[in-house]
Design a protein around this ligand. Structure first.
Ligand SMILES: Cc1cc2nc3c(=O)[nH]c(=O)nc-3n(C[C@H](O)[C@H](O)[C@H](O)COP(=O)(O)OP(=O)(O)OC[C@H]3O[C@@H](n4cnc5c(N)ncnc54)[C@H](O)[C@@H]3O)c2cc1C
Length: 394
């Protein structure tokens, strides 16, 4: 393949460049990225960067050594797959293979008032400047990003209010039993649950019941949408992300990776779009193999057990697996106050685990999910029994 173009200079884009060389691609590589920065890691933005412990999080990748032509500050605006042409705001680029890695964009709330979002390094640096002691900060959304922003704002001495539609934190994603356990973590923050926002105004945040929350800074953290608008006329199938098969193939000579990709999971028999670091980091290995070997040969599909983490409110949360409302929830409680929520399927195999403050349990949970062993709920409830040993005896 003579020329591979990677669109999107984030984690998935950077890993794609590395994988292309690692897997023996000898031709040209062009990386087109809308931001003016070289690819960097996003998780530190809402953690170290926001509290001032770091100013950047650039990924350690040597683009010269990889012989990548990096076009930073260039945005893709259209695609003609039949001609194999990418259209950018700096001209057209022909390709033989194309890797789509454009990530996702934050959703905004209606209203004319200033609302900040947190997706890019520039967002983080400008938000950090605004998080001054005593500043009145209203965070809309108590999800992953909202909780991390609220944590940083509290750390920097701001008066923080956080508004969420859910009756309990993370209840929509993790259920109310988990939500109840998270409540005490929010001490020191005015958490307004079950509260709808009508608009962001010049005074602050107007709630649906007519109350206004005055604010010096409003940060919206209500989720993201895949950055695929520019592909609308391309003929590629877009359905809440670039639709791909199990090998992340979106069309002839085109693969999609990371937050913008909606891939088919053989494991879960479902279309997945995982907006997390682990997936953006792992997917390029499969996508590049599929791109370079169109006949696929020995290429394994992309089918990980999803994993992500969040550092929020002085705690570490890790989630591994995928659960549904039909799964049975049980908790492992530990004397130091840390806990693990476990979701079990009908057959008592582990579907997913949410681990609070015990990082090593994540590996055990992953092994239990992958192993598919039938677990004993009584043994599981005993935190002294390792997850992988809580197997039902026959
Ligand atoms: C603040 C923050 C904290 C996070 N913390 C965690 C965490 O703790 N744990 C975790 O598991 N995950 C976390 N994530 C999620 C994780 O960072 C993402 O899943 C990951 O960055 C996705 O990588 P990506 O390369 O697919 O997309 P991105 O990192 O979004 O990169 C996409 C790039 O493509 C560019 N682009 C978009 N459209 C175009 C276009 N048309 N032309 C050219 N370039 C384009 C964008 O500007 C961007 O630079 C966090 C995300 C954020 C924003």
């Amino acid at each position: 393949m003579a020329h591979v173009v990677v669109v999107g200079g984030g984690l998935a884009g950077a890993r794609s460049c590395e994988q292309l060389r690692e897997q023996g691609h000898a031709g040209r590589i062009t990386l087109v990225g809308a931001e003016s920065h070289l690819p960097y890691d996003r998780p530190p933005l809402s953690k170290e960067v926001l509290i001032g412990a770091a100013d950047t999080s650039t990924l350690r990748v040597d683009y010269d050594e990889l012989r990548v032509d990096v076009r930073a500050g260039v945005r893709a605006i259209g695609l003609r797959p039949v001609d194999r042409v990418l259209v950018t705001d700096a001209g057209q680029i022909g390709y033989d293979g194309l890797i789509l890695a454009t990530g996702a964009d934050p959703i905004r709330i209606p209203g004319e008032g200033e609302q900040l979002t947190l997706r890019t390094l520039d967002d983080a640096l400008s938000l950090r400047q605004r998080l001054r002691p005593e500043a009145r900060v209203v965070v809309i959304g108590a999800g992953w990003i909202g909780a991390e922003v609220a944590t940083a704002a509290r750390t920097r001495g701001c008066h923080v209010t956080c508004v969420d539609l859910d009756a309990l934190p993370l209840a929509r994603l993790m259920g109310s039993e988990v939500g109840k356990r998270l409540l005490s973590w929010w001490e020191g923050i005015d958490l307004r649950l079950g509260t709808a926002v009508a608009a962001v105004t010049s005074d602050g945040v107007e709630l649906a019941d007519g109350e206004t929350l005055p604010a010096d800074v409003v940060v919206t953290g209500v989720g993201v949408r895949p950055a695929t608008g520019w592909l609308a006329d391309s003929g590629l199938e877009i359905d809440a992300g670039v639709v791909t098969d199990e090998w992340l193939r979106a069309g002839p000579g085109i693969v999609a990776v990371g937050d913008c990709a909606a891939w088919w999971s053989r494991r879960y028999q479902a279309r997945m779009r995982v907006e997390h670091w682990d997936d953006a980091s792992a997917a390029p290995a499969v996508a590049v193999a599929a791109l370079l070997a169109p006949g696929l040969g020995e290429v394994e599909p992309h089918d990980p057990v999803p994993y992500f983490w969040s550092d929020q409110l002085g705690h570490k949360l890790q989630y591994v697996g995928r659960h549904t409302d039909q799964d049975r929830l049980l908790f492992r409680e530990r004397e130091d106050g840390s806990w693990t929520a476990l979701w079990l399927g009908d057959d008592d195999t582990l579907s997913a685990a949410l681990i609070a403050d015990l990082p090593r349990e994540n590996v055990q949970a992953q092994m239990a999910i992958l192993g598919g062993s039938v677990l004993d709920p009584h043994l599981l409830a005993d935190p002294a029994v390792p997850l992988t040993k809580a197997v039902r005896s026959v």
